[in-house]
Design a protein. Structure first.
Length: 231
């Protein structure tokens, strides 16, 4: 089996399920050492469904090396400690950061409305604190490792919602911000041989989206059908 990423050190945020989990599995299979983060961390390292330990177990079953780290991306200190841990354990090496952690999907899909004037102003933070702001904070600490090494790649998982209306105003503005952040980070990092990009996976059959669709088919709220194209 070809292992083109053997020796590379990667971080995937929000990897207990969904897109993040899929990325972690592929990176591990390609030979990378993958640090994965999330809030679903089970006691005694039991690989329960939807947990970081389950993702780590599956990465290792594919021949990869995976280190699950419980991390709340609303807490800057926890994010800093994550990168300090990687810095110490990997002798300062970090090749790839995938900013994927996002906490707003369920709130958007299950909310009573998507009209911005009918929502509590705090909905903005629900949608964008872990997403847009969390990506920015993780990128700061990753860049502090990549810039001295003059190599690295930062990937933001975004959405077509940054280009056209999907779901809500807060969602679209957040995704547009994620895209612009990648562009501007790339501008400042270019002279240090570090790249930053934004990816739009489009509609993905993640565990949460499939659960929502099942509930709609079983008589749930019909408006959910039009709200499932989110990342």
């Amino acid at each position: 089996m070809s292992r083109p990423l053997l020796g590379k050190v990667c971080v995937v945020t929000g990897a207990s399920r969904g897109i993040g989990k899929g990325i972690a599995l592929q990176l591990g299979e390609a030979g990378a050492t993958v640090y994965i983060t999330g809030r679903t961390f089970t006691p005694n390292d039991t690989p329960l469904p939807g947990s970081l330990q389950e993702t780590a177990k599956q990465v290792e079953e594919r021949g990869g090396t995976c280190i699950p780290v419980k991390c709340d991306h609303t807490d800057d200190k926890q994010v800093e400690e994550l990168f300090n841990k990687i810095n110490k354990e990997q002798n300062g090496r970090l090749d790839l950061l995938v900013n994927n952690a996002y906490s707003g999907v369920q709130a958007m899909l299950e909310g009573p409305t998507n009209k911005f004037w009918e929502l509590d102003p705090g909905f903005w933070n629900t949608v964008n604190k872990v997403g847009l702001r969390g990506h920015y904070v993780a990128s700061i600490f990753a860049a502090r490792m990549m810039v001295p090494a003059k190599q690295g790649l930062i990937i933001n998982i975004s959405s077509p919602g940054g280009l056209t209306y999907i779901v809500s105003v807060a969602f679209g503005v957040g995704k547009a911000g994620v895209d612009r952040m990648a562009r501007d980070c790339a501008h400042e990092l270019r002279e240090y041989n570090v790249a930053a990009v934004s990816l739009h996976p489009g509609a993905v059959k993640t565990e949460m989206v499939m659960d929502m669709l099942t509930r709609v088919q079983n008589g749930g709220k019909e408006y959910l059908v039009t709200k499932t194209s989110v990342n």
